[in-house]
Design a protein around this ligand. Structure first.
Ligand SMILES: [Zn+2]
Length: 311
C-alpha cells in the first residue's frame, strides 16, 4: 500500500512537472549604455533621471534582478550622474563594465581595447564595493567580440585574467533603432506615430523572443534560460512594464545573470569569429558546427530602419 502511494505521488510529481514545463521559463535582464542614452537633446540629467526611475521601478515591480552595463565616459565626473548609478546599486541591481567610451573593437587594436576595459569600471567598482564578493561582468560594445581570431582570443584571455565573465545575449530587440523614431515622434508631439513605433517595437520584441524560444531547443535539445539585452533609453523606459508583463504571460520568471550563466548551455565555447555582433544562439550554433535555420530571424520594419539611418 505504501509502495503504491509512493508510486502515485511520484507519478503525480512527474505529470505536474511535465505540465508545468512551459510555465517554468527563466530570463535574465541586462541593460546597456548606462546611465542613459540621450539622443533627443534636452537636459541630460532631467531625461536620465526620468528614464532611470521608470526602468528601476519597472524592474522592481516585476522582481527582475538586472545587470546594468556602464560607459563611464558618460559620467563626466558629475556627482548627479554618478548618483544615477548609485540608484541601481541601492535598488539591488548589479553593475557591469561596457568599456569606458563604447568604442567598436573592430576599429581598435588589442592594446587600445584593453585600455578601454581597464578604464571602464573605476567608479562602478567603488559603487559596488559593499556587494563584494560578486562576479564581474563585461559586455563588448555592439557585442563585437573581435574581428580576428587573435583579437578575440587576446581579449578573452585578458578578461578572464582580470576576473570578468563575458556576457552573452540570446534576445535583443533593437531598441536603439526604434528609439530614434520614438524620440522624434515624442518631440514632435505626434502621439499617433509614437504609438505606432511602440506597437512595432513590442511586436518585434516578441518576434525575437519567439525566435529564440524556437532556436534554443534546436541547438540544445531543450529550453534554455534566455538573456535579454536592452538599453537605458526612452522607448525601453516607456515600454518595459508592458514587455515584462508579456514575458510573464509567456511563463517567464526573472532571475539573476549568475543563475543564467550557471546553465550548461552557457558553458558552450563561442569560437565563432566575425565582425558583426550576432546573438549567442547564432554563435553557439556555428561553434557546434550545426545547421540551424536563422532565416526566420525577425527584421526591423523598413520605415523604422530608414529613420534610424537618416539621423
Ligand atoms: Zn552598448
Amino acid at each position: 500500500m505504501l509502495k503504491q502511494t509512493l508510486l502515485i505521488v511520484f507519478m503525480f510529481g512527474l505529470v505536474t512537472s511535465v505540465q508545468g514545463q512551459t510555465a517554468k521559463r527563466t530570463m535574465a535582464v541586462t541593460v546597456d549604455d548606462l546611465p542613459y542614452v540621450n539622443i533627443g537633446g534636452g537636459v541630460y540629467l532631467t531625461n536620465a533621471r526620468a528614464a532611470t526611475a521608470k526602468i528601476l521601478n519597472t524592474l522592481k515591480k516585476h522582481k527582475a534582478p538586472a545587470v546594468g552595463f556602464v560607459n563611464e565616459d558618460k559620467l563626466e565626473d558629475s556627482r548627479e550622474r554618478i548618483a544615477l548609478l548609485r540608484e541601481w546599486v541601492d535598488r539591488g541591481m548589479m553593475l557591469g563594465n561596457h568599456t569606458y567610451s563604447h568604442p567598436d573593437f573592430n576599429r581598435l587594436t588589442i592594446e587600445q581595447f584593453q585600455e578601454e576595459i581597464v578604464k571602464g569600471d573605476v567608479v562602478t567598482r567603488q559603487l559596488m564595493r559593499a556587494r563584494q564578493p560578486y562576479q564581474l561582468y563585461f559586455r563588448h560594445p555592439l557585442t563585437h567580440t573581435g574581428d580576428t581570431k587573435e583579437k578575440k582570443a587576446a581579449i578573452e584571455k585578458f578578461l578572464e585574467t582580470r576576473g570578468y565573465k563575458i556576457t552573452p545575449h540570446t534576445i535583443e530587440n533593437s531598441d536603439f533603432i526604434f528609439n530614434v523614431a520614438y524620440v522624434g515622434a515624442v518631440q514632435n508631439k505626434d502621439e499617433a506615430l509614437a504609438k505606432r513605433v511602440r506597437d512595432e517595437y513590442l511586436a518585434y520584441t516578441f518576434a525575437a523572443t519567439e525566435f529564440a524560444e524556437k532556436v534554443s531547443p534546436q541547438i540544445f535539445g531543450r529550453d534554455i534560460p534566455q538573456l535579454l539585452l536592452i538599453h537605458a533609453n526612452d522607448i525601453t523606459a516607456d515600454c518595459l512594464d508592458e514587455i515584462l508583463k508579456k514575458f510573464e504571460e509567456r511563463g517567464y520568471t526573472f532571475v539573476a545573470l549568475d543563475a543564467v550563466m550557471a546553465d550548461p548551455a552557457y558553458q558552450t565555447k563561442d569560437t565563432y569569429v566575425n565582425k558583426y555582433g550576432p546573438t549567442w544562439l547564432f554563435r553557439w550554433k556555428k561553434s557546434k558546427g550545426m545547421d540551424v535555420d536563422f532565416d526566420a530571424d525577425p527584421e526591423v520594419p523598413k520605415w523604422v530602419m530608414d529613420l534610424y539611418n537618416s539621423r
